[in-house]
Ligand binder design. Structure first.
Ligand code: DX5
Ligand code: ZN
Length: 215
């Protein structure tokens, strides 16, 4: 089923709880939380305390945490108790750490997502897909909201969807970066299950926008 996962990166800090609660009241079930360390990407985003506050104050929802950090294992430990799914970058982690995190998450009964930057070839991650609940295709360079969607992302969606189908996997596909009303339909048609929508929704914040994005 096609769904959106609104990113709250560009929402003012004192409006976060309200923004998330309003989205949930409009029927949105997933919220995308961007976490940055100023090392893996040249920016910072939400801090743990801010996300924890939303977890405590907003109605229950699926917390989709996108780690854009180098210390993946450390941040996994920090977020595992509030996250429903924790997505980290393939480019940020050694293969040894990747393998141990897969085992750790299995023991914790925690869902994992694997993200790839626009220049990362999908062939590199194919052997690992079966261990992940979600694959996140970045359609902009990670680090900032409000960038333009990179067109070559569609080919990645097609290829990954084909691989997932051929191998009878349950992994869902998420797209993140520059998604708006003009391109979301093509993303869903290409095989996306979950589309992150950041600045477009912040600028056009209404139930009507959500209905249009999903139709
Ligand atoms: C960027 C983040 C995105 C961002 C998306 O690195 O991962 O989630 O908030 O924002 P838009 O939709 O404006 O590109
Ligand atoms: Zn994100």
């Amino acid at each position: 089923m096609k769904k959106i996962s609104p990113s709250i990166l560009d929402v003012k800090k004192d409006e976060l709880v309200n923004y998330v609660s309003t989205l949930i009241s409009w029927g949105v079930s997933n919220i995308h939380y961007d976490v940055m360390d100023n090392i893996f990407v040249p920016n910072v985003a939400l801090e743990y305390k801010e996300i924890e506050k939303i977890y405590q104050k907003a109605p229950r929802h699926t917390m989709d945490i996108h780690l854009m950090v180098k210390d993946v294992l450390g941040y996994y430990e920090m977020y595992k108790n509030i996250a429903d799914i924790i997505t980290f970058h393939f480019e940020a982690i050694s293969l040894d750490d990747l393998n141990s995190l897969i085992i750790r998450a299995k023991n914790d009964n925690k869902k994992l997502g694997l993200a790839i930057k626009p220049n990362t070839k999908i062939e590199k991650i194919l052997p690992y897909i079966k261990y992940f609940s979600l694959i996140l295709i970045m359609s902009v360079e990670p680090g900032f909201g409000g960038q333009k969607f990179i067109q070559s992302s569609y080919d990645k969606i097609f290829e990954l969807k084909k691989y997932i189908k051929n191998n009878k996997l349950e992994t869902i596909l998420e797209i993140d970066g520059g998604v708006n009303l003009d391109n979301i339909k093509y993303c869903f048609d290409a095989g996306i299950d979950l589309a992150v929508v950041g600045s477009y929704l912040v600028k056009n914040f209404s139930k009507e926008t959500i209905d249009k994005l999903l139709n």
